[in-house]
Design a protein around this ligand. Sequence first.
Ligand SMILES: [Zn+2]
Length: 465
Amino acid sequence: MTGCSTVATSAKVDGAEVSHEATPPAIVIKQVNVVTMTEANSVLRNANVVIDGTTITAINGPIPAGAKVIDGQGKWLMPGLIDMHVHNLVEGSVGNNYPTKGASIYFDNQDVMLLYVATGVTTAFELSGRVEHFGQRNQIVKGEVIGPRIALAALIDGRNSNRTASTPEQGRQAVRTAKGDGYEFIKVYSRLNQDTYHAIIDEAQKQDLKVVGHLPGAFKGETEQAFVPHFGLVAHAEEFSKQTDDYSAASAQHFAEMTKANGTWVIPNLSNLERITAQAKSLDAVRDLPSLPYVHPLMQDKWLTANQYHEGTSPKRVAYFESLVDFHVKLVKAFKAAGVPMLAGTDAGTSGIVWGYALHDELALLVDAGLTTEEALAAATRDAAKWLEIEDKIGTVEEGKFADLILLNSNPLDDITNTQDIAGVFFNGRWVDRATIDSMLAELAKKNAANIGKDAFLWSKIGER
Ligand SMILES: [Zn+2]
């Protein structure tokens, strides 16, 4: 460990708000409005919610003596958010998206996870898992780092990947290896050939691993061949737009019917293309991000000096991205009409897509595209938990569930942007209030600012082009 800030930031959380004593007192949030996000979507007015340890132990039940009181009057309690598509920086490596010239770069896991804490993202689905992510997750589980629950998918691609498979037998073996390595999910990627893709999905079913992923380019023109049993979740709406040149509503409907018939769910990921388009137009889309100061300085530099969406940009490319943005809205409308379940995900970690913050952009875009606020919230809570098969543990505010919660100053059902109006968050029962979040963010911004421009944080010195 070389980072002093892990200690500093943890000490702040520990000292100010969180106790490491064996039996910390229970917490009661008094007189709070609860957006339960149960199927019935019941909203409880002026309820008392008791959190003991990691769990919601009572709603309007007895309040344990000595419980710490949080005043919930006029506030709204909802389940913590789930981002179903992230790529996390992690202590130990830069990662597949960021090939480097062999340099080892230090990422402080608490700094990385703070962005989720600040935005109420209490669960994240890592779609390009590496061994370092297990260490990161273990730090969170042990309470050394405050951060979300993390589900890990192993990515298998046809070439240039940590897990490469170009024959069905290699595909099956890659799945078995991922299972042995401890991954819970398989991600299929763009350059798999058809037979290998099918073998991977079949083997994943045998190994009881759900499958998420891309629609490989090999299926273009015969997309229905990719929709086989056990292909569970499409990682972006973009996967559909890459399968066709027809961006009509009828084309969207065709894809929606195919997806529905196979029982596959979809992460629209509207924010991804919206961000990509904005960056293709101007790097101001990065410079103006209010959350940019919290992004690791090496990534800030990469996004501004080696931005793959902006380099070589042209009006033609911008127009193409704009046509995708438009088609993805059509897809969301078609999925909704066809009854295809949609989940919220961001591709956080891609240029200009900031961990945690991007999920709030995604929610707003889903509502703009025609989802109700309740549907958008379900996509980032109850339904996401369902796909991950942890709906008995998280995703709603109910007795017996883990206390992964956001306390808001205003009602997110009235206006989806109210999810950003955070008074405090509970991560696995640990309460972090607004003042603590703000001071941790300020400290991180200061540290990042001090490092910007130093050689060790310049992409031109570190990254491969
Ligand atoms: Zn991704």
